[in-house]
Design a protein around this ligand. Structure first.
Ligand code: DXP
Ligand SMILES: NCC(=O)COP(=O)(O)O
Length: 238
């Protein structure tokens, strides 16, 4: 079974647009869990353009399913994660000015740094995941770092799917997943997954533990409603 973790960055984007507390991020997170999602993901960025660091703290009192915090492990992020102790931390190599995440880690070039950070989080009882491209060398590098899981960066798959090249798009992900499974790494995936492309991805990738989905899920909810959309994903992930 593949768990659905809903990324609520876009709820915070909407709230911040007016400077007040509508929509109420904490209530939406609780409702998303009530509708059946198995996790909540946030990705606070240094400029706090959507999720604020205080949101990450407040959510610890609300989230009862899996709590996943994603981000670039700069000192402020590391302190936040150690303070909030989520179920899982996902390390993402975000450039400071990137509009969204646009690459996985080079797990060979950054091996020593990532090893230290992963060790710190694991010593504090936090499950770790490293965001990587569907590249078997990067998966092997992640294994050497000692992470519990990897998160496969799925933008290239989503793009290929849109261009009617789904078989071509999925192949590197199948290869990466086979290597990850053989090395005992848990497999998560995310970025640009949607109601259209999720089923083929889930059916193709062996032992997919979790997907985190935000942008498309919130857009789809404008038409179908959050409750319906979450249940549509849950059906496709069975
Ligand atoms: C790690 C990842 O794949 C991102 O999709 C991310 O969590 C979304 O971040 P933004 O909402 O800031 O685009
Ligand atoms: N880790 C990916 C994530 O949380 C959501 O990505 P997206 O669905 O907003 O592209």
């Amino acid at each position: 079974m593949t768990h659905l973790s809903v990324n609520i960055n876009k709820i915070a984007t909407l709230r911040n647009a007016r400077g007040g507390n509508v929509p109420n991020l904490l209530k939406v997170a609780a409702d998303i869990e009530r509708f059946g999602a198995e996790g909540i993901t946030i990705h606070p960025r240094p400029d706090e353009r959507h999720i604020r660091y205080q949101d990450a703290r407040d959510l610890t009192k609300v989230v009862t399913t899996e709590y996943n915090i994603e981000g670039n492990p700069n000192p402020k992020f590391i302190d936040l994660v150690l303070e909030t102790k989520p179920t899982q931390v996902t390390l993402v190599p975000d450039a400071i000015d990137a509009i969204t995440s646009n690459a996985g880690w080079d797990t060979i070039a950054h091996k020593d740094f990532l090893k230290d950070v992963i060790k710190t989080f694991k010593e504090n009882g936090i499950r770790t995941s490293i965001f990587v491209d569907a590249n078997t060398k990067m998966v092997e590098g992640a294994s050497e770092i000692g992470t519990d899981r990897i998160e496969l960066y799925t933008e290239s798959y989503a793009k290929a799917f849109d261009e009617n090249k789904k078989e071509e798009g999925i192949s590197p992900f199948i290869r990466a997943a086979i290597v990850a499974n053989s090395l005992g790494l848990g497999i998560n995936a995310g970025h640009d997954l949607s109601l259209d492309n999720i089923k083929y991805f889930k059916d193709s990738i062996p032992h997919l533990l979790e997907v985190s989905i935000g942008h498309a899920l919130i857009c789809e909810s404008l038409y179908f409603g959050l409750d319906n959309v979450i249940n549509m994903y849950l059906n496709k992930l069975k």
